[in-house]
Write a protein that binds this ligand. Structure first.
Ligand code: ASP
Length: 439
């Protein structure tokens, strides 16, 4: 068996956390490929090393003196090295980094050093080979991740490697320019490595015992999710469930490599299994609820719109022209609504409206703002009658006005639009009807 284990920033924030990670790795000889994040927060008000690096580089870019800022970062690593009792001196690495900051190596390079240095410490601590992802995780000149080339290079690079530490979050372009993924991107690296070595499992270690049925900031101590499919997770992550980076499932999904979310601070917990297919039913009809606030709906009315071929395309083309992606597009016979992120829409609002007027000459346009979208997701919904009925009667009892309904064709989710102010009440009502009453 081969396992890829990725550890998040809070799992590696201090020497104590490193020791827990070491114990976890040593407890299972299959844990052969380790992907570390940069040191995260040690306590609530602490700053992640990645953020310290961004801040420090900003000073360097403005030609300000960043000596004190980089010294603080060096101290964070030194504390870990000392706490682990390692014989490791990062001074030459820091000298190189300072030099490159002065040469304006770029903010991607700067941020990536968090993982790079933590990787060096981790490799030294475990006695594993250090593999720099700049060698094998490839981005094209436009900065987009090249999945195919990466898989070729990385599987070759790791072919004869028994055990290795591969820092998360970054790779490089062909000319060596370092490029990072978006924030939280070490999750993606873990998945890429799992694919490259054809791992049996990708374990993603964090500070919670997996996914919850609903957001714990809204529901007090929600139930955990034992097993979820990639598709369900994609829906939930997209709508705000944030344990795992939303792009992290793609590399392993095609390979059918399961992801196990685990808690470094409670390794005995089973966590959540993310799998391709399962015949295991979820505990409740629904698998999870997630949502986001801050949407706007542009409602367009035109008599006999239904017979005007190309109406929808012309409307969407206007949104495309202004670079606004749409989330949902519920339609009636003579009405069509386009739901978008309010913040994206606001700045270009007047241009878009006049574009729509020109393109389709509608009778009336109005805009509804401050909407929240809630996704109720579950592979079990397809086979269960009355799920939608239960959701809407729960919302009616809770006095929530439903502004929009959309059921995906996969019958994996039902999306409900409500006023921002009703958002929490709606999630509580849905959670109560499915989980607390256990139907
Ligand atoms: N260190 C990076 C961040 O803070 C990447 C990661 O932790 O996954 O976003």
């Amino acid at each position: 068996m081969k396992k890829v284990v990725k550890f998040g920033g809070s799992s590696l924030a201090s020497a104590e956390q490193f020791k827990k990670v070491g114990d976890i790795i040593h407890a299972d000889a299959d844990r052969k490929f380790v992907v570390p994040s940069a040191p995260g927060k040690r306590f609530d008000k602490d700053t992640k090393v990645t953020d310290m690096l961004y801040g420090c580089y900003e000073m360097a870019e403005k030609n300000h003196d960043f000596t004190a800022a980089i010294a603080k970062i060096e101290a964070r690593y030194q504390e870990i090295i000392d706490g682990l009792g390692l014989d490791l001196d990062l001074t030459p690495e820091f000298n190189k980094i300072i030099d490159n900051f002065k040469k304006k190596a770029g903010s991607h390079y700067a941020a990536s050093r968090g993982e790079y240095l933590n990787g060096i410490i981790m490799a030294n601590y475990l006695g594993y080979e250090f593999v720099d992802p700049a060698e094998a995780i490839r981005f094209n000149e436009a900065g987009a991740f090249d999945a195919e080339l990466t898989n070729k290079l990385l599987s070759k690079r790791l072919e004869d490697v028994e055990r290795a530490v591969i820092p998360g979050f970054y790779g490089a372009m062909e000319d060596g320019t370092v490029q990072t993924f978006s924030r939280g991107g070490s999750d993606i690296t873990g998945s890429i490595v799992a694919k490259a070595v054809q791992a049996d499992v990708y374990e993603n270690w964090t500070d919670v015992s997996g996914f919850m049925v609903a957001d714990p900031r809204i529901i007090d101590k929600p139930e955990g999710i034992e097993m979820i499919t990639y598709s369900e997770l994609r829906e939930l992550s997209y709508m705000g469930a944030s344990v795992l980076h939303e792009d992290a499932i793609f590399p392993v999904r095609k390979e059918g490599i399961p992801i196990n979310i685990k808690n470094t601070n409670a390794p005995q917990d089973a966590g959540t299994w993310i799998v391709g297919h399962t015949c295991q039913k979820s505990k409740y009809t629904i698998t999870g609820i997630a949502g986001k606030k801050g949407f706007a709906s542009i409602n367009i009315e035109k008599d006999q719109m239904n017979s005007e071929v190309g109406f929808g395309r012309k409307v969407l083309q206007v949104f495309e022209e202004y670079g606004i992606s749409f989330e949902h597009m519920p339609s009636g016979i003579d009405t069509l609504s386009v739901m978008v992120h309010q913040s994206e829409f606001e700045e270009k609002e007047q241009n878009v409206l006049s574009g729509i007027n020109k393109a389709v000459n509608p009778d009336h346009i109005d805009i509804q703002t401050d909407l929240g979208l809630i996704a109720v997701v579950g592979r079990g919904m397809k086979a269960t009658r009355g799920t939608a009925g239960r959701i809407f009667s729960a919302l009616a009892h809770a006095n929530v006005n439903v502004r929009m309904i959309d059921q995906g064709s996969s019958e994996l989710n039902i999306i409900i639009g409500v006023d921002n102010d009703d958002f929490e009440t709606a999630i509580k009502a849905i959670y109560a009807i499915f989980v607390e009453t256990r139907i």
